[in-house]
Write a protein that binds this ligand. Structure first.
Ligand code: ACO
Length: 311
């Protein structure tokens, strides 16, 4: 690629200019953003599945209304994000096809099962908590459409985090069985949540370039540490124990130090071998096939209107 273009582009980035869809941009910038935004969109869409599993079994009308609204928000996030990704030149059909055929990645976290109602609390508190930590800085990402989409997404994520934490507060103040359920959910979701932030910095292949291009404002490990520091006191408030015997507060640095993450598990999950990968893809493919008539009807209607206008 033309060195002058790369240099002029980097100068715009360094000046904190926002890059817009019709601006000239290096092919690699377009490619990495299409990759990240589409993976993010797929994560929102697949993310509806573990929680959707509990909508019919929510313990009260109020809980059901909140969960339903939350899952709908995730669908909306997926749609904004596909729209943002499309501005870079790849069609939504193509992006969705990459998800359905298993070619595209989506967040590892959505390949774990939701076994009890407490998992809905733990997901809101921890998964959405981790998502906010990662997404707030994306509101300042160099690519305009992605940054703007993130503002609304983050506001909604913050509601999701609160609804989850409130479920955890209720369960942890409940009877013995409820407290055990909350602890069990924390035990199962904690480590996978730490993996959400991606591989350690030394193993993160895209980090250097994405940081230079101000797509990333913090590294994977920096965000993971911020999340741990914010979440440990919340667990203590709930009277729950984090499933990490090595967790300890370092007075000097002011950070909570955590034990070793099982990166083999992470690799297995992103390679398609997590506990629910196959179920998730099968569910998305089924939904896509069952929605074919909607797409056909919308297309037929658009053609009819177009023909009427032409006449
Ligand atoms: N799950 C699945 N894949 C992951 C994960 C994860 N938790 N973390 C990293 N990866 C993948 C990357 O996508 C990349 O794969 P690829 O080269 O095939 O695309 C590879 O592992 C190496 O990782 P990095 O070099 O660190 O990748 P990157 O710089 O893109 O950083 C990160 C990963 C932090 C996830 C970044 O892409 C990001 O901020 N994405 C936007 C947020 C997002 O997608 N959130 C989804 C979950 S939150 C939610 O939907 C509620």
């Amino acid at each position: 690629e033309d060195a002058a273009l790369l240099e002029a582009f980097q100068a715009r980035i360094d000046a904190e200019d926002r890059i817009e869809p019709n601006d000239r941009m290096p092919a690699a910038y377009r490619k990495t953003l299409t990759r990240q935004i589409s993976q993010h969109a797929h994560s929102e869409i697949v993310g509806m599945l573990p929680e959707g599993n509990w909508i019919t079994r929510a313990p009260s009308l109020r809980r059901k209304a909140a969960l339903l609204a939350k899952v709908q928000d995730e669908c909306g996030h997926g749609l904004y994000l596909y729209a943002a990704a499309e501005t870079l030149g790849t069609s939504r059909e193509e992006l969705v096809d990459q998800l359905l055929t298993g070619k595209a990645k989506y967040s590892s976290i959505f390949n774990y099962p939701t076994l009890t109602w407490a998992d809905i609390g733990a997901i809101g508190w921890l998964v959405d908590g981790a998502a906010i930590m990662n997404q707030i800085p994306l509101c300042r990402c160099s690519y305009g459409p992605y940054a703007r989409a993130m503002i609304r997404v983050c506001k909604e994520e913050s509601f999701h985090q609160r609804q989850g934490y409130e479920i955890m507060v209720t369960l942890s103040k409940g009877n013995e069985a409820q407290r055990e359920m909350a602890q069990d959910a924390l035990n199962r979701w904690w480590w996978p949540c730490l993996m959400m932030f991606g591989p350690p910095d030394a193993a993160s292949q895209h980090s250097d370039q994405s940081t230079k291009w101000k797509i990333k404002r913090f590294s994977n490990d920096e965000l993971r540490q911020k999340f741990v520091d914010a979440t440990v006191p919340q667990a203590h408030y709930l009277g729950l124990t984090l499933p990490d015997p090595d967790l300890k507060f370092n007075e000097q640095t002011g950070h909570w130090e955590y034990g070793a993450i099982d990166w083999d598990e992470f690799k297995q999950v992103i390679a398609g071998n997590g506990p629910c990968n196959r179920d998730r893809l099968a569910a998305r493919n089924k939904a896509h096939a069952e929605g074919a008539w909607v797409r056909e009807a919308a297309l037929a209607y658009a053609e009819k209107r177009h023909a009427r206008k032409a006449a």
